[in-house]
Design a binder for this molecule. Structure first.
Ligand code: FAD
Length: 414
């Protein structure tokens, strides 16, 4: 099968790998000059398979209202006149119900653990290196109240087969000695051994090169996708700045930009850009190896070789991906409170747009068009979930049964 993949972020490149390794002829079209230059560029680096609680959950509601008036809040949701934002926001609110949040947790946990296996298989088959660390993720809590609140979710996830270890303050320091000098109070933590971390940008670039060298995949860079042509219930081609491109099948993997072109085909997929920020600083002596999540600040910190990355915050700014210093400051503060040794002289700053669905899980697989498939909407967990979701996508495109249920991942759920 000749397949055109739209977009060369982690979603597009993992799809290229899964399809290329099965003998399909793949072309990836990308407007940037290289893969992983947008949202897959400088993310938090966490492979947080067990971080399955969606943003939309019953506890989020009161917090979101409180955060509306706080400039350095982890999530800033402001009143907007954008109809897509309003419609997305209403769906988000509907998904904050307990039952729905539990359903999304189940779906995301299943996909996360499946993706862990698929990423391990990619590592084994390709031998690519991307500063992967299998040292777990430690969620730390500044207050006992915060920890108690998180235990509810941890117990629920344990009933689904994902156990987290409850740690005292001292046990947190034993797990990650670099936390010992923290100036902020740490009441305790939850540690998940199966979680991992790694550099998504390096991974995606090396995987793209692997696809070219081993499967003859074609990556067409510097090419803007301008439109999708349809004929009846089939896609007949993609209009690009380099002319019309045709194939047997097409995969939408344009991240936050996916819904714009899908709308021209009459498909209303509620993916909305949720802006996030990160900073990267040189690693200091004895910098952390265990990936950390500051639960209260919603900041994640990962060691990526000779660098330390801290990332977080969510704000709704449509398609504006400019760096705002006011949103960088809380991340800097969080990193220096936890690790006073961190040096900020050579710090780089970054912001980008997460392709966020209102319920949490991505949208994978078939659409109303016979030869158009989705691999997009991975939101806060695109690094964590893409190896698994790309495998599901390839199974669906080949008409095979998937290895895990597709419930809650299909486009039809909207
Ligand atoms: C601050 C931050 C921290 C994060 N931390 C984590 C984390 O720790 N763990 C985790 O699992 N996930 C994390 N994520 C989420 C993860 O990074 C994303 O889910 C993932 O990168 C999305 O990948 P994608 O391929 O869907 O999108 P992208 O990487 O954005 O790829 C889409 C591609 O499509 C291209 N494109 C778009 N429109 C066009 C067009 N018209 N023509 C041609 N090309 C086009 C773009 O240039 C881009 O390269 C984080 C995200 C952010 C912002």
């Amino acid at each position: 099968m000749r397949v055109i993949i739209l977009g060369a972020g982690v979603a597009g490149v993992t799809a290229a790998y899964m399809l290329g390794s099965r003998g399909h002829q793949v072309e990836v079209i990308e407007r940037e000059a290289a893969p992983a230059m947008q949202t897959s560029y400088a993310n938090g680096g966490q492979l947080s398979y067990t971080h399955a609680q969606p943003w939309a959950n019953p506890d989020a509601l009161p917090k979101v209202i409180q955060w509306m008036f706080q400039e350095d809040a982890p999530l800033v949701l402001r009143f907007s006149t954008d109809p897509y934002m309003i419609s997305w926001g209403l769906r988000f609110l509907m998904n904050c119900r307990q039952k729905q949040a539990e359903k999304s947790t189940r779906i995301m946990l299943r996909l996360g653990l499946y993706s862990r296996d698929k990423l391990a298989q990619i590592r084994q088959a390709t031998k690519i290196e991307y500063n992967h660390l299998s040292k777990g993720i430690l969620h730390i809590f500044g207050s006992q109240q915060g920890l108690d609140g998180a235990l509810k979710q941890a117990h629920f996830q344990e009933s689904l087969g994902a156990k987290e270890e409850l740690l005292t303050r001292e046990q947190c320091f034993e797990r990650e000695p670099a936390l010992k000098n923290a100036t902020k109070s740490i009441a305790g933590g939850l540690y998940s051994e199966v979680d991992e971390s790694g550099d998504l940008h390096v991974f995606t670039q090396k995987l793209a090169a692997y696809c070219i060298d081993n499967f003859g995949a074609r990556f067409t860079y510097g090419t803007e996708i301008q439109g999708i042509q349809r004929e009846g219930n089939r896609i007949s081609g993609v209009q690009t700045s380099a002319g019309l491109k045709t194939a047997d099948a097409y995969v939408m993997a344009m991240g936050s930009y996916s819904p714009i072109l899908l709308r021209t085909l009459g498909m209303k997929i509620p993916i909305y850009p949720m802006k996030g920020y990160s900073i990267t600083v040189p690693a200091w002596e004895n910098a952390p190896q265990v990936s950390i999540t500051d639960d209260e600040k919603k900041v994640v910190i990962s060691r990526l070789g000779d660098k330390v990355r801290a990332a977080g915050t969510a704000e709704f700014a449509r398609y504006n991906d400019q760096v705002r210093e006011a949103r960088i400051t809380p991340i800097v503060r969080c990193l220096s409170d936890l690790f006073p040794e961190a040096q900020f002289g050579q710090m780089s700053r970054w912001a980008c747009l997460r392709p966020q669905t209102p319920d949490g899980p991505p949208t994978i697989g078939a659409t109303r068009y016979e030869n158009l498939f989705l691999h997009t909407g991975h939101g806060t967990l695109g690094w964590t979930q893409s190896p698994g979701s790309a495998h599901l996508l390839a199974d669906i495109m080949e008409g095979r049964p998937t290895e895990i249920p597709m419930e809650g991942l299909e486009a039809e759920r909207y």
